[in-house]
Design a binder for this molecule. Structure first.
Ligand code: SF4
Ligand code: SF4
Length: 302
């Protein structure tokens, strides 16, 4: 089993550094590229994209709107414009195909903050951790919607770290830095994957959109698993892996079907045995390739 300090070392030896960081590099390119498109307008006068993550217009043609913000707006009593409705339909259609929480790992700027905290936790062996239910995010999601309905405002968007960071990077950080620093310190010292994995209502909302998404990660080569546990350690939602990786003896297929999987691809990167890959959810035939040496520790992961 790898220690937290040498996670992915075997993968680097087996696949080379680039091969062991491919999906991570692609995600960072996506996150920073999207941010750059938004920044080109205000900073260089090149208006490819106007707006922010809540609502944007690309090349003056393509509207994209955040369905979570629109839902809050509807509950607050605002009638959305036609372009916003089209934008929401496009966004929902896209995430139904690629997985709702792909938003988290490929778009959301806060992900880079929380990934940094998770990396530092592993790097310095920080073990402190308040454990609370991953369902908490759904309660918070419900509360934000009730808040919109009862106040007639999208009040949560004034505090939402996702919206604050994105608006802040485009228009000036203002007080957003304090909220983002709080999220970072919370994840680093208080609760592992605390914000994204337990509290964030945006991630919770997108997980609902992606419940039946087509694109899924699978553990198709699970017979090759050597129980190093690297995938469990790097995964922001480790509870989603076990049924696919270790469920062969129970007749479970190798597809990671949980809507909480963010399709980040880190499990693919860090696996030296190339167990994981991207595929379609319905290619999920159970087999008898039960991996050898299933450890008790795997059964105890959260
Ligand atoms: S859980 Fe929330 S903050 Fe984290 S990556 Fe997803 S949307 Fe962003
Ligand atoms: S199972 Fe893999 S792709 Fe899904 S969240 Fe975990 S590391 Fe990312």
């Amino acid at each position: 089993m790898s220690t937290d300090r040498n996670i992915g070392v075997d993968a680097v030896l087996a696949k080379g550094w680039l091969g062991a960081h491919k999906w991570l590099l692609l995600r960072r390119t996506s996150q920073l590229g999207i941010l750059a498109l938004f920044l080109l307008g205000p900073f260089a006068g090149i208006w490819i994209v106007k707006g922010n993550l809540a609502y944007s217009l690309t090349l003056d043609i393509l509207p994209l709107a955040d369905p979570y913000v629109l839902l809050q707006s509807l509950l607050a009593g605002h009638i959305p414009e036609r372009l916003a409705l089209i934008g929401v339909a496009i966004v929902i259609g896209f995430y139904v195909l690629v997985g709702g929480r792909s938003y988290c790992s490929w778009v959301c700027p806060v992900n880079m903050v929380t990934d940094s905290a998770a990396w530092l936790r592993r790097r310095f062996g920080i073990k402190s951790g308040a454990r609370f239910s991953r369902r908490t995010r759904y309660w918070i999601l419900a509360m934000t919607l009730i808040l919109a309905g009862t106040t007639g405002t999208i009040a949560w968007e004034m505090l939402n770290p996702v919206s604050m960071l994105h608006r802040g990077l485009i228009f000036g950080l203002g007080t957003a830095w304090a909220i983002i620093l709080t999220v970072f310190l919370f994840d680093l010292f208080v609760s592992p994957d605390g914000w994204c994995g337990h509290l964030c209502p945006v991630g919770a909302f997108y997980s609902l959109i992606g419940k039946a998404s087509l694109l899924r990660v699978n553990a198709a080569q699970r017979a090759a698993c050597n129980d190093c546990m690297d995938c469990f350690v790097v995964c922001p939602e480790p509870q989603v892996i076990k049924p696919a990786l270790k469920g062969a003896s129970k007749g479970l297929g190798p597809v990671i079907n949980s809507a909480h999987c963010t399709n980040c691809g880190r499990c693919i990167d860090v696996c030296s045995k190339e167990v994981f890959g991207f595929g379609l959810r319905f290619i999920n035939k159970a087999d008898n390739n039960a991996p050898q040496g299933e450890t008790a520790a795997l059964g105890n992961r959260p």
